[in-house]
Write a new protein. Structure first.
Length: 234
């Protein structure tokens, strides 16, 4: 019986590649977390075709330390979670399934993306070329962002930059990408937080929610969530 038990344990570890440890509970003393040790890719290609040598691996299913999940809270992307389109590697910022959620924190105005091993990625924002551009693409890279500052407003993620006045600093757009999930953009257009609340409460009040939303995009606000594990829409 002892020999059989050891064989089963070896089989599970070899097949799945997981090392299971006790979960970390938010607000408690530091304890080990559930981690995934198997490497999925060591060389990937982004959607733009650019090659990267960064490694990628399966998402970690339990929060690490003081890191946070970030998720959308409005249809059609309710409780889709922020991540890179290449798991744990540089790539476009997208909203994906809760099972693929990444973890984040803001440090000195930089939105950092957790990587196993102690390094981080940074959310970068493309500079606005001229005043006619009303949405800015975001991505994750190994170097800090040089355009604008990230901050929390309550639990909502905001972005500001000198020279641009936004109707709502927490306004985002999720724009269709059928291959991996909605790409995340900063929305520079007219959008009112109170109009969002009116819409969600089914109050047809006048306002700017969904006003001049680009084709293929949906208005979003995205918020941190500090539950121990990412959860699907309930």
């Amino acid at each position: 019986m002892l020999i059989v038990g050891l064989c089963l344990k070896t089989s599970v570890v070899d097949k799945v590649g997981l090392v299971l440890q006790p979960a970390l509970m938010v607000g408690h003393a530091s304890t080990p977390t559930t981690t995934t040790s198997r490497i999925v890719d060591t060389s990937t290609t982004t959607k733009s075709g650019a090659s990267t040598t960064s490694t990628s691996s399966q998402p970690i299913q339990t929060l690490v330390g003081d890191w946070l999940w970030i998720r959308a809270v409005a249809a059609p992307n309710f409780h889709k979670y922020l991540r890179s389109d290449v798991s744990y590697a540089p790539g476009d910022a997208i909203l994906g399934d809760y099972t693929t959620a990444a973890q984040f924190k803001i440090v000195s105005g930089q939105l950092q993306h957790y990587l196993p091993g102690g390094s981080v990625l940074y959310m970068q924002v493309e500079p606005r070329p001229d005043s006619s551009v009303m949405k800015l693409k975001t991505k994750f890279a190994s170097t800090p962002n040089t355009y604008g500052t990230f901050a929390w407003s309550g639990d909502a993620l905001t972005w500001t930059v000198s020279g641009i006045t936004r109707p709502n600093n927490a306004a985002w757009l999720a724009c269709t990408d059928a291959a991996v999930g909605p790409d995340l953009y900063i929305n520079l257009g007219t959008r009112s937080f109170h109009s969002v609340m009116d819409q969600n409460a089914n109050h047809p009040l006048s306002g700017n929610y969904m006003y001049q939303t680009p084709a293929g995009c949906a208005d979003q606000t995205i918020h941190y969530y500090n539950g121990a594990t990412a959860v699907p829409r309930i």
